[in-house]
Design a protein around this ligand. Structure first.
Ligand code: SF4
Ligand code: SF4
Ligand code: SF4
Length: 288
């Protein structure tokens, strides 16, 4: 067995069940790959692996059955291809995103570029625990953001223009949450039932429903695995720049405060999540 080099010890190199072989994981923010890079990866997989790749649950790609003696060479080839080694240790791992406004008619926010910008700032940062970040364009939450250490969901708060509603009921029919009632001939929102998906805003044939504001809900401390648990709401912000700033601050807070060897979800109270939330809300939303 070869001596493990610094490259071998990076998070993108995973020892296989057969310890004489390893899997190479690639960094692919939002799971989006130009086809030329895909072709490059196919060549690399053919050259160093068994000609197969595996698509992971975190929107990245793995090359299995790699001889550890080839790790330095494969890392160089991956870098040259623009698809460098990924991460899987206690660090910030592949940032995942649903297609957002690039493809999905339900989306309230752009997600691909935001995921790439988050990747540029924090991917691979050494952390006391593994930090997963997931983005969804709407509360349908196709990438389960609330089950990640940091989750981002695009939402819209609907607002009806006073006095113009015809009471046709189209918006109420479209709302899956039964959050709109038609009362006294006009639509009425039940705020506590509304998940802020924005579907009703698009449904009104008279264009009477507006987005009060489009925003990013950011959650912290979710987890998947054996004991899945949703994260807690940290803050809502209105712009992509603010969302980036909150992610930066949250990553830094986890870096400074979290204990290794435990899920973030299990230590949120101990490390002062409520104080952190208060400070973030004061800074970004004026709420406490
Ligand atoms: S989370 Fe919403 S925006 Fe994203 S793919 Fe699913 S339905 Fe579309
Ligand atoms: S935003 Fe979504 S949940 Fe809220 S009222 Fe409109 S359709 Fe219903
Ligand atoms: S779809 Fe528009 S006009 Fe019809 S009930 Fe809803 S808000 Fe009123």
């Amino acid at each position: 067995m070869m001596q493990k080099t610094a490259t071998y010890l990076q998070g993108g190199v995973i020892t296989q069940r057969n310890p004489d072989l390893c899997v190479i994981r690639v960094r692919i923010p939002a799971g989006v790959l130009p086809v030329d890079k895909m072709a490059g990866l196919a060549e690399i997989a053919r050259k160093y692996g068994n000609g197969e790749v595996h698509l992971t649950t975190r929107q990245t790609l793995e090359i299995p059955q790699v001889d550890p003696d080839n790790i330095e060479a494969i890392a160089r080839d991956l870098e040259k291809n623009g698809t460098p080694l990924g991460a899987e240790h206690d660090e910030v791992v592949n940032i995942i995103a649903c297609p957002g406004t690039a493809q999905c008619k339900f989306s309230n926010i752009e997600t691909y570029d935001l995921a790439r910008r988050i990747d540029e700032r924090v991917f691979g940062k050494d952390m006391p625990i593994r930090v997963r970040i997931s983005l969804s364009g709407c509360p349908n939450a196709c990438t389960s953001p609330v089950l990640n250490e940091i989750g981002i969901v695009g939402r819209i708060r609907p607002l009806r223009i006073e006095g113009l509603c015809t009471g046709c009921g189209t918006c109420a029919e479209y709302c899956k949450e039964k959050a709109i009632l038609i009362r006294n001939g006009i639509s009425e929102l039940i705020p506590e039932k509304c998940v802020q998906c924005g579907i009703c805003v698009q449904s009104c044939p008279f264009d009477l429903l507006k987005s009060e504001y489009r925003h990013y809900l950011i959650t912290v401390g979710g987890r998947r695995g054996r004991h899945p648990a949703p994260g807690r709401e940290l803050v809502t912000v209105e712009t992509e720049e603010e969302a980036l700033a909150v992610v930066d601050k949250t990553v830094y807070w986890i870096f400074r405060k979290a204990w290794s060897g435990r899920h973030l979800a299990d230590q949120l109270d101990e490390i002062g999540f409520e104080d952190f939330r208060k400070k973030i809300r004061e800074e970004f939303s004026g709420e406490t």
